[in-house]
Design a protein around this ligand. Structure first.
Ligand SMILES: [Zn+2]
Ligand SMILES: [Zn+2]
Length: 255
C-alpha cells in the first residue's frame, strides 16, 4: 500500500500545497482518494487517470470536498477517457445532496450523480470493503458530521489511520491503534491550549494520541499556510518517541 499526499494544507490551500487530498494505492485495483479539497484534482492528474479511483470523505467542509465537481466533469465529459463504470463514494449522510448542489447549475437543484458514483454513508464502527482495502469510520469531534478513518490493506494487514479534522477524542486512539502510519491533523501547531475546543488538534495532542495508540509513525497534516509546521513537529516529539514527519504535498509513504 502506498499513500501519496496530494495536498495537506489546513483549512485553505497554499501556493505549494493543495487542501486535503490523500491517494491510497494498491496493486491491480483502483486507488482510494480520501478527501478532495481545492487543488487536489490538479495533483491527481499528474499521477493517474482520475477516473480510476474510489472516493472517501472524512467530512464535507469546503477544504475537503470542493474539487469533487471537477472530478465529475472529468468522469462524465472527458472527450476520450471518461469513466468506464461507476466507482464507490463513501461519506457523511448528506454527501449526495451536499455535493449534488455544488455540481448543479442552480442553487435550488441537486445534480443526480448516481450515473458515475455509487454513494453510501459511513456508519460508525461499520467497516466497508473497498476493493483491497477495509475502511472503518470512527466519530470525529468537529462542528459537522465528521469521521476519522482506519484503512487496512487486505494482503498485508498494514494500517493507515487518518484523523480527518477533529478535536481531542478517545475514538482517535482507537482509530489509530497499532497503526503503521498515523496521519493526524495538527492545525493548532505548537499552540498552548488557548484555541477553540472541539475543532482541531495541536502537535502535542497529535503526538499524545500517537503514543497512547501505539502507532509506529506519525505524519502531521492539516497545518494552515499561516501555521508553524516545525513548531508542530517539535511539540509532537515532546509526546511521541517514534518518527514524526510533516505531510507535505508530494510525499509518498510506502506502508
Ligand atoms: Zn479541514
Ligand atoms: Zn473541517
Amino acid at each position: 500500500m502506498k499513500v501519496t499526499i496530494l495536498g495537506s494544507s489546513g483549512s485553505v490551500s497554499s501556493p505549494t500545497n493543495p487542501a486535503s487530498g490523500y491517494l491510497v494505492s494498491t496493486e491491480n485495483s483502483p486507488s482510494l482518494l480520501v478527501d478532495i479539497g481545492p487543488g487536489v484534482m490538479a495533483k491527481l492528474q499528474e499521477l493517474q487517470d482520475p477516473c480510476e479511483a474510489h472516493v472517501a470523505f472524512s467530512h464535507l467542509h469546503a477544504d475537503h470536498c470542493l474539487d469533487f465537481p471537477s472530478l465529475l466533469v472529468w468522469r462524465r465529459f472527458h472527450p476520450t477517457a471518461p469513466a468506464k463504470s461507476r466507482n464507490l463514494c463513501f461519506g457523511p449522510t448528506t454527501t449526495p445532496v451536499h455535493l449534488g448542489r455544488l455540481s448543479s447549475s442552480s442553487p435550488d437543484e441537486v445534480d443526480d450523480m448516481s450515473d458515475t458514483f455509487a454513494f453510501d454513508s459511513w456508519q460508525v464502527g461499520q467497516p466497508q470493503i473497498i476493493d483491497r482495502l477495509t475502511v472503518t469510520p470512527f466519530p470525529a469531534v468537529h462542528p459537522i458530521e465528521s469521521y476519522s478513518l482506519r484503512i487496512q490493506e487486505h494482503t498485508t494487514n498494514k494500517v493507515v489511520a487518518y484523523s480527518g479534522d477533529s478535536g481531542w477524542t478517545d475514538s482517535l486512539i482507537e482509530c489509530a491503534k497499532d497503526a503503521d502510519v498515523f496521519m493526524c491533523e495538527a492545525t493548532w501547531g505548537a499552540g498552548n491550549g488557548t484555541y477553540p475546543p472541539e475543532m482541531h488538534l495541536s502537535g502535542a495532542e497529535a503526538g499524545r494520541i500517537a503514543r497512547l495508540a501505539g502507532a509506529r509513525s506519525l505524519v502531521l497534516i492539516h497545518i494552515p499556510p499561516w501555521g508553524d509546521p516545525n513548531g508542530a513537529v517539535a511539540a509532537a516529539r515532546t509526546e511521541f518517541d517514534g518518527p514524526v514527519t510533516i505531510g507535505e504535498s508530494g510525499l509518498e509513504i510506502i506502508v
